[in-house]
Design a protein around this ligand. Structure first.
Ligand code: PLP
Length: 416
């Protein structure tokens, strides 16, 4: 009956699994028949403290009974408090935040910031710089600009002509990155750990080259940490899992997913740095001035209260360090099994990708009969066994478990 309703009334843009979750608690989800699943999909990296964490639920209930929404024309106290947490406790680099509703919108903000920057710091002839370099295998969202920024043909298919002003290079190709910079370039945008295309980690060389080109050519270094940010990779900033500390200072970072424990919220941070020569320089974090950008819902009291409760648990319970430790242990443990079905393990913390041995899978009659991609076929098998994971590209399985997943649950997942 319900499936009929989805088929009849909901657009068919998702290739859905025939799986009907009804409730969740911690690392578990129950389906409509009462069957229990270990959830290592986490709403695709959305539930860092598990489903319905009591402190998050309480924050939502209290705030919902006090003030759900109020216009961004007014001063929303919770935005200031959440931004302070993000700047001081997560980034540790001076800057300011904007609040949106989703990851794509957060990335739209980065793109608008870059365009504004290109107008403020134009070419020698006074015309704006506008080109942003992005990478193959990226995923930045489904709005028009973020879809165009996403360097994957399968995402673009049937929506052309795309937005001008994006240049694609192969991920981690330093020479291609250098060659792509021209007088129109205004920024370099990438995910330090690519999620959707298979948990591909940026190399330290690539990160360093991007930062050096930024300095050399007066560009912006824009990091999409919608999936890899906020501690999931074992560092407060995803890029710091690759190069720790402050060697690399990004100019702007986008977040979503984990930030709101599933309540719709996105954000981007911009660094407090001078644009152009002092003393008259504008600050980058003030570039999007009054009237330049906005949203009705983004950063509502309810969204911010939910995010603060989530971040409070992450920081208080040491879940970032825990992600790092658990990730290292899982990678080591899985490697020790020498599973013929897994050819490589990538990622950090609770953002791990297991690459499948497609030759082994493709030789199986039951796989051939399924007509599915290897990653989707294995995801279904694991689901049938009671473990939820996420496919990433055709041959990678992602684990995006809650950052407070216990060792016991970890062992149970390993056993299945
Ligand atoms: N950026 C990255 C790295 C993502 O993984 C996603 C979603 O998967 C997005 C952007 C888009 O976020 P949203 O779906 O919240 O718009």
């Amino acid at each position: 009956m319900s499936q009929t309703l989805i088929e009849k009334y909901v657009m068919p843009n998702y290739g859905r699994y025939d799986f009907w979750p009804e409730r969740g608690l911690g690392t578990y989800v129950w389906d409509r028949d009462g069957r229990k699943y270990l959830d290592f999909a986490g709403g695709v990296a959305v539930c860092p403290v598990g489903h319905c964490h009591p402190e998050v639920v309480e924050a939502i209930q209290t705030q919902a009974a006090t003030l759900i929404h109020i216009s961004n024309w007014y001063c929303i106290r919770q935005q200031g408090e959440l931004a302070e947490m993000l700047v001081e406790k997560v980034m540790g680099i001076p800057g300011k935040c904007f609040f949106s509703n989703s990851g794509a919108e957060a990335n739209e903000g980065l793109i608008k910031l870059a365009r504004r920057f290109g107008t403020t710091r134009p070419k020698a002839d006074g015309s704006p710089r506008f080109e942003i370099i992005t990478c193959t295998g990226s995923f930045h969202g489904r709005t028009f600009a973020t879809m165009t920024a996403t360097a994957q043909e399968k995402i673009h298919g049937g929506f052309g002509p795309l937005l001008p002003g994006f240049k694609y290079i192969p991920f981690n190709d330093v020479e291609a990155l250098k060659a792509a910079v021209n007088e129109n370039t205004v920024g370099i945008l990438f995910e330090p750990v690519q999620g959707e295309s298979g948990v591909n980690v940026a190399t330290p060389e690539f990160l360093r080259a991007a930062a050096a080109l930024r300095d050399q050519h007066d560009l912006l270094l824009l990091l999409d940490e919608v999936q890899c940010g906020l501690g999931r990779t074992g560092e407060p900033g995803g890029w710091r899992s690759i190069i720790p500390g402050d060697e690399i200072l990004p100019d702007a970072i986008s977040w979503a997913k984990s930030i709101g424990s599933g309540y719709a919220l996105g954000s981007f941070w911009t660094r407090d740095r001078a644009i152009g020569p002092e003393p008259d320089a504008v600050r980058l974090c003030n570039l999007l001035g009054a009237g330049s950008h906005g949203t009705t819902y983004g950063g509502s009291p309810l969204a911010c209260a939910t995010a603060m409760a989530t971040l409070k648990v992450i920081l208080r319970d040491g879940l970032i360090a825990r992600s790092k430790e658990m990730g290292e242990r899982i990678v080591k443990e899985v490697a020790s099994w020498n599973l013929p079905a897994i050819t490589a393990t990538r990622g950090f913390g609770f953002m791990l990708g297991f690459e499948l041995n497609t030759h082994l899978i493709e030789a199986r009659e039951d796989f051939k009969a399924s007509g599915k991609l290897p990653s989707i076929w294995v995801t279904q098998l694991l689901m049938d066994a009671g473990l939820l994971v996420v496919p990433a590209g055709p041959k990678v399985i992602r684990w995006l478990a809650p950052m407070n997943t216990s060792d016991a649950r970890q062992r149970r997942a390993s056993a299945s």
